[in-house]
Design a binder for this molecule. Structure first.
Ligand code: NAP
Ligand code: MG
Length: 399
């Protein structure tokens, strides 16, 4: 069989631990036999980041800007425990995802992979719900303090022009806690653009929710900017018959629980953090959640939502078989290959992505699945637990 040809390379970002093992297995067994794979390879493994003083992460992000589509393996974000585990590290490097996000200025979209033998906790959900989380500012870049006497707190903005603006936050009679947070209109606008573009891409309705009845200026400005940006996309939405729908966050929560799914739910940073864990758990498992970073100018970086699955890696190093679920990582590859095919006009590459996903679903439907998924199937479903390599082998035999 002739292999499927590519024209533009994908940016390939390799990573760490168990997901790095999965990465190689997926390439060797599921992609390279069928596709003449073209990638620009960047090793984002922890020690390679250290050796290059994290330049490799910046280079990978810039390559993504240039080539338009990337696929990324999960990576370790070093913390104090990792500094002890890897004494050769010269610095506690920042999260690669944060570095890439700041260079691509993107929004993260997370969608559960749903399968018929695992029913969502919410019975009415028939289609996946995608969370679009704003990834800048608010409580994640806040200044905080505690005070222990009566007094008054004010908030002052000093303009570059020399003009000042001050508001009273509160007068208090005793100990108190305080928080000052911000967002920028540029970032909110990018967020809005990415969301409208992604809704057109998926041909799904876009919901957006904040608490603008209480936070009239802060959340109110999010709503206003979304309304303004939507004007540029309105006609395209009408053409596809999809809707943009704004509602208060508490109303949105109630509606989501009664919905059939099949839409994108855009949320501010904190709301998105909380709701994405709720959505992924209610649909099944973190190992079945895909993630794509989309920049407002239409650049795509695909990855799994989970981490490097460290505990499984330690077992693997001892020579034990693991049952790590490769689904989200495989879907990162299919997402990237399909997008490359779409941008370069390569229908065979897009069809290959569809077929690889179908082979995954087919394997799961046959009952062969990693342990953590088998535990989620309902009564009466006959699941056979397989290890990582066996599972990937089953998928390969079905492509
Ligand atoms: P994790 O790697 O997602 O794993 C947490 C637990 O979830 C695992 O121990 C495992 O549970 C289960 N799990 C996750 N993915 C699975 C899969 N594919 N198949 C089967 N089970 C799966 O999160 P973590 O342990 O908190 O973080 C580990 C490392 O990943 C950290 O160094 C962190 O910095 C990094 N991380 C990277 C990213 C990223 O690159 N995007 C995201 C998050 C975390 P059991 O052990 O019970 O089987
Ligand atoms: Mg979280």
């Amino acid at each position: 069989m002739a292999k499927i040809k590519m024209t533009t390379p994908l940016v390939e970002m390799d990573g760490d631990e168990m997901t790095r093992i999965l990465w190689q297995l997926i390439k060797d067994r599921l992609i390279l036999p069928f596709v003449e794979l073209k990638t620009e390879y960047y090793d984002l493994g922890l020690l390679s980041r250290d050796k290059t003083k994290d330049q490799v992460t910046v280079d990978a992000a810039n390559a993504t800007r240039r080539l338009g589509v990337a696929v990324k393996c999960a990576t370790i974000t070093p913390n104090h425990a990792r500094m002890i585990e890897f004494p050769e590290l010269t610095e506690m490097w920042k999260s690669p995802n944060a570095t890439i996000r700041s260079i691509l200025d993107g929004t993260v979209f997370r969608t559960p992979i749903t399968i018929s033998c695992i029913k969502p906790v919410v019975k009415t959900w028939l289609e996946p719900i995608t969370i679009a989380r704003h990834a800048y500012g608010d409580v994640y870049k806040a200044a905080e303090m505690r005070t222990d006497e009566p007094g008054e707190c004010t908030m002052t903005f000093k303009g570059a022009s020399g003009a000042e603006k001050t508001v009273t936050v509160q007068k208090v009679k005793g100990p108190a806690v305080w928080q000052g947070m911000h967002n920028t209109e540029d970032s909110i606008r990018s967020f809005a653009k990415s969301c409208f573009k992604y809704a057109l891409d998926l041909k799904q309705d876009l919901w957006f929710s904040t608490k603008d009845t209480i936070s009239k200026i802060y959340d109110g400005q999010f709503k206003t900017i979304f309304d303004e940006v939507f004007e540029n996309y309105k006609q395209d939405f009408e053409k596809l018959g999809i809707k943009y729908f704004y509602t208060l966050i508490d109303d949105a929560v109630a509606r989501v629980m009664r919905s059939k799914g099949g839409f994108i739910w855009a949320l501010k940073n904190y709301d998105g953090d909380v709701m994405s864990d709720m959505i992924s758990t209610a649909f099944g498992s973190l190992a079945m959640m895909t993630s794509v970073l989309v920049s407002p100018d239409g650049i795509y970086e695909y990855e799994a939502a989970h981490g490097t699955v460290t505990q499984h890696y330690y077992k693997y190093l001892k020579g034990e078989k693991t049952a790590t679920n490769p689904m989200a990582t495989i879907f990162a590859w299919t997402g990237a290959l399909r997008k490359r095919g779409e941008l370069d006009g390569l229908p065979d590459l897009m069809t290959f992505a569809d077929k690889l996903e179908a082979a995954c679903f087919n394997t799961l439907d046959s009952g062969k699945m990693p342990k953590e998924l088998a535990a989620l199937t309902g009564d009466g479903f006959n699941a056979t637990m397989v290890n990582t390599e066996e599972f990937i082998g089953e998928i390969a035999s079905r492509i």
